[in-house]
Design a protein around this ligand. Structure first.
Ligand SMILES: [Zn+2]
Length: 505
């Protein structure tokens, strides 16, 4: 099983205007997304009469889709999706995924994607972008070690007609593929040693500077919270990996720092998980994969600001030296922590990652972590929770979620929650033992390690995995966060909300 996915190779062409008979002659299937009132515009569309006939016969509802054979030079399968007026990005992406699903059994290699001007102006994600994102997600490779794997759906050519920024879609979805691939890798393949090897190879490929703070370096830095978690592993391979992207000839203000939780496996530690809740814990590194993939997407998009990625890579295992309840450990910023639950390891490694990233005085800190079950209870797996210490960012965060189709909701983190985190033996208790509000206590805990005056966003990735997928992704591992983060960092409102001296605009 390979550590990194092969990138898909297919021909992508993009033109304005409407499909012609010649254009349709070069594809095996067509995905057409439009508003119901645009059906009237199909008069000159090749096969338009057949589509209108079938629509009238099926009485297809708005938001639904239907499949029809259209007779051009040869029979061609067309899947037509009917957009509701004012559909948001999530709805457009979800419809795109359902349309793509209709083609999955036949796996056509040459596909036409089409949308009419004006169908998705308000959505933040155009119809052609959504169709391409859904198609890329459906055809992407997935890690497996089967001797006879199911035949892959390999794309040869994708032809697009209609408005959209397809180069960005390809950059973001191929990065999200990397995040989904890494998150699916079994722990026998992706462990801290191999993860660090993969990062070194990606850093070389993308021109990032890479610095590895291994366990010895973390000891010198006083990162006692991180090291407490790493102690349970038989391998001394945990590390805080610092990757730096610097734009070519671009601005040199303070970097935007992204921090990711990278637990390659989480047994829960001595407070052991049950088999059912441990089964998916190879995916507890999803936050780090989202940060890595976002860095890759921003690099491909030639992002004009410097970005740092801090990946907290470790395993939470059981060994003779595992950390235990009532241990008191000291983080890199000097804060002592009373350990109360060894399965709350994410906030331990993030505490040191945030404290050490803060020393570089970033323009802002954004951390991504599959952190709490409480956030899933609060929001389900359909949205992720966000917390911030800079209130003007709230609307900016939620708009980036709406426009990217990866929806987030701002959750509260009032100061009085700190009362329950008071400890008899240390500066702060790690967590409470009843799960109530754990997502808020986790955010309060993390906020202690963010340097003074640094704008901070904490993303609790409750939507990292969902049975049946989410939006354009039909597989359970969603890669949630890559589209959101890329959209957020590219938003002028986001840069404008940061303190002016921090980001050179
Ligand atoms: Zn845990």
């Amino acid at each position: 099983m390979k550590l990194l996915p092969a990138s898909a190779a297919f021909e992508l062409t993009h033109g304005r205007g409407r499909p012609t008979a010649a254009w349709l002659g070069r594809v095996d299937a067509l995905l057409l997304m439009l508003r119901e009132d645009q059906l009237e515009q199909l008069t000159e569309f090749p096969g338009g009469a057949a589509i209108r006939r079938e629509h009238a016969r099926l009485q297809c509802k708005i938001g639904g889709h239907f499949t029809v054979e259209i007779g051009t030079a040869r029979p061609l399968c067309a899947v037509v999706g009917l957009l509701p007026p004012d559909a948001g990005a999530f709805r457009v992406l979800t419809l795109a995924a359902k349309m793509v699903q209709q083609l999955a059994p036949s796996r056509p290699a040459r596909i036409g994607l089409a949308a009419f001007e004006g169908a998705t102006e308000t959505s933040g994600t155009s119809a052609t972008e959504a169709l391409l994102a859904a198609l890329l997600a459906a055809t992407e490779s997935r890690p497996n070690a089967k001797q006879s794997p199911a035949p892959a759906w390999a794309l040869q050519r994708v032809q697009v007609k209609g408005p959209g920024d397809l180069a960005s879609t390809v950059a973001i979805e191929s990065a999200a593929h990397l995040a989904r691939w890494l998150t699916q890798l079994p722990p026998s393949v992706l462990h801290p040693t191999s993860y660090r090897r993969a990062l070194a190879s990606l850093a070389r490929r993308h021109g990032w500077h890479m610095r590895v703070h291994d366990e010895a370096a973390l000891r010198r830095l006083g990162a006692g919270a991180f090291l407490a978690v790493a102690r349970g592993s038989a391998r001394r391979d945990a590390a805080l990996v610092h990757l730096q992207y610097r734009p070519r000839g671009g601005s040199l203000g303070a970097p935007i720092a992204l921090v990711g939780k990278g637990l390659c496996f989480d047994t829960g530690g001595l407070n052991l998980k049950t088999p059912r809740s441990m089964l998916g814990m190879h995916g507890d590194m999803a936050g780090s994969a989202v940060v890595l993939a976002t860095l890759r997407a921003l690099t491909a998009l030639e992002y004009p600001h410097p970005v740092d990625a801090w990946l907290a890579i470790a395993e939470n295992r059981i060994g003779p030296d595992s950390y235990t309840q009532q241990d008191v450990v000291t983080a890199a910023d000097g804060t002592s922590i009373q350990v109360t639950h060894t399965d709350a390891e994410g906030r331990m490694v993030l505490a040191d990652a945030l404290a050490l990233a803060s020393r570089t005085k970033p323009a802002c800190l954004i951390d991504f972590a599959t952190l709490t079950g409480a956030c899933v209870t609060a929001l389900t797996e359909r949205l992720s929770g966000v917390f911030t210490n800079l209130s003007p960012l709230r609307d900016v965060l939620e708009s980036a979620g709406r426009d990217s189709g990866e929806r987030v909701w701002t959750l509260p983190m009032p100061e009085d929650f700190d009362e329950e985190l008071d400890s008899q033996t240390a500066d702060i208790a790690q967590c409470l033992l009843d799960g109530k509000g754990d997502h808020i206590y986790a955010a309060r805990f993390l906020s202690r390690f963010v340097g003074a005056g640094i704008p901070w966003v904490h993303v609790d990735l409750s939507a990292a995995e969902r049975v049946g997928g989410l939006a354009h992704v039909q597989a359970p591992v969603t890669g949630f966060g890559v589209r959101f983060a890329t959209r957020l960092l590219s938003s002028p409102a986001f840069l404008a909300a940061l303190p002016p001296h921090k980001v050179r605009r």
